[in-house]
Ligand binder design. Sequence first.
Ligand code: CTP
Ligand code: CA
Length: 232
Amino acid sequence: VSGAVPAQDLAGRRVVVSAGGTREPLDPVRFLGNRSSGKQGIAIAEAARARGAAVTLVAANLEVAEPAGCDIRRVSTAMELREAVADAAAGADVVVMAAAVADYRPASVSEAKLKKEPGDGGLTLELVRNPDILAELGHAPHDGTLLVGFAAETEPDGARLLELGRAKRAAKGADLLVVNRVGWNEGFAGDDNAVVVIDRHGEVVASAEGSKLSVAHAMLDVIVAQLADAPD
Ligand code: CTP
Ligand code: CA
């Protein structure tokens, strides 16, 4: 893909990508967040666009520039991302959940900035679960929409990493799951990534390592093949 126009093998397809990391407010000046930069999701959106797709990017607090040529829906919290993804997913050919969605949000959001009390010794936060957006899509009828999830895992053992990915794919009802090892210095802010892609049968159908753009194209190769296999 160096400079050349890639094959237009996603022409006429509508692709939805969520990217970035959600932020869950505690008060007007603080939030709970995560270290997702949005780079891998943006690379998928860019690569799909370059291959001819109409792309909707649901963007949660991106730390890098937005890609050109995509319909961008900016969100911040998991609840906002859920609504934007559900809206965009209707009638889409592909939904890729690359966003790091907060599993929990503060049970209440203070209208005023939280203040320390003299001698309080600490603060305990009460968190409640956010809905699992990918599982909601995966457990609802989604004929004609290929659902792609990610699994961010810190498991160092390759075989166990795959097992975690297989279990996560099944639990969420995703058609494909991209397993991605993350750590203090892996996966997030960097320009490179290493992933394996698991299908519905738990088979590894691709593994890719390199720039986030090249990894995106390898994922889209699998997606294009699956779209060709499925009836329209
Ligand atoms: N995801 C989602 N909604 C959530 C949490 C996660 O849609 N509330 C999606 C992510 O976008 C990703 C996939 O589910 O595509 C897996 O996310 P991950 O954090 O790896 O898995 P979890 O199911 O949240 O499990 P855990 O964090 O406990 O490992
Ligand atoms: Ca999670």
